[in-house]
Design a protein around this ligand. Sequence first.
Ligand SMILES: [Zn+2]
Length: 408
Amino acid sequence: MKYVLVIGDGIADEAVEQLGGKTPLEALDCKYINTLAGGRLGVCQTVPHGVAPGSDTAILSIFGYDPRTCYTGRSALEAAGMGVMIRPGETSLRVNLCALEGESFDTAKILSHNGGSIEGEEAVTLMEDLIADPRFASLAAAIGFSIHVTPTFRHTGVIDAAHEPDRAAMHFTEPHNILGSDVAGYMPAGALGNELTALMRVSFEILREHPVNKKRREEGKLAANCIWPWGPGSAMTLESFESLYQKKGSAVSAVPLVWGIAGLCGVDTPRVEGATAELETNYEGKVEAVLEALRTGADFCCVHVEAPDECAHAGDVEGKLEAIRRLDSRVVRPLLERLGDIDPEYRILLLSDHPTLLSTRGHDGNPVPFAIYDSRNPGTPRKFDEQHAKATGDFLAEGPMLLRALFA
Ligand SMILES: [Zn+2]
């Protein structure tokens, strides 16, 4: 028996005006996703009440770990995914490269939490030049702060143990939840708040007129001109996936968060060339990686597709629809067509980790629709969306019930 978990990040939503009051899933008719819904169809409260909804807390919960007890902060998970182990006493921070608009930092608005989808050499050059700038370097050194750079908008900051702040007294705003707002009201506050705000301010001064950003503006792109720290974390450990389920696992994703969760629980994370976490990604390569993992000994493989979430954060209705269509035709379809070659007996669990709302461009904590398909008993295809899933009355009260149901 083989098991596949398909996470369509943020595919669940609420009624959207541009879609005639339907959600994206309601507006679409996805043949292969609907085939999965022919098995079990219901809703699950992936993120416990009182816990901030995000892919970090939701995917931990889906993997079977209660975020209320094991979660030490998003950035600790991401750091692990980037190969940066956070040691006791150290504080990790997620550091985004964002796009702000405005003449001065104090009156700027945030236009993009991902620096206008910056990636590759441009992202690395901006971050490395920032870190090397003496104005930035001296402020960073004063709080023992260093940054691990990646060729994306996502970077990991670490505050050393000698400067350990009271993490419970650190307050941050998640940049993807305030798009379009004046940034002034959302600066880091509490422990090290002033110091981190000063680093953001100086980053804006250094990066605004950086040649990379001048070039990006000429090309009609947003300037990636400010760092944004958030999601403080500390050293974290998880019980191994294998001891929890007696299954050998693998996880295919383009985002460090998923690599980190998987890495901390001993699940393999094969990397796929050209997997970007955006709409244009290597869907075929990800499916091949899933099949290869299952062929070479894994019992379970998770495949995570980030694009619907990113499109929802961008307020891009058509993009989110297209991301779900591609999930259907380029991930679910080939899985249904080819998993049987590896083992005629397989199950697929498909779900949204959390809803991401086009209306607010932020995450939501409501239950998400899920489907469990069983090749031995496929059932009759039915519509996979929020309303149909809810209408079955099949309700899982917490995320860890999902994999138990998949493996049952
Ligand atoms: Zn998101």
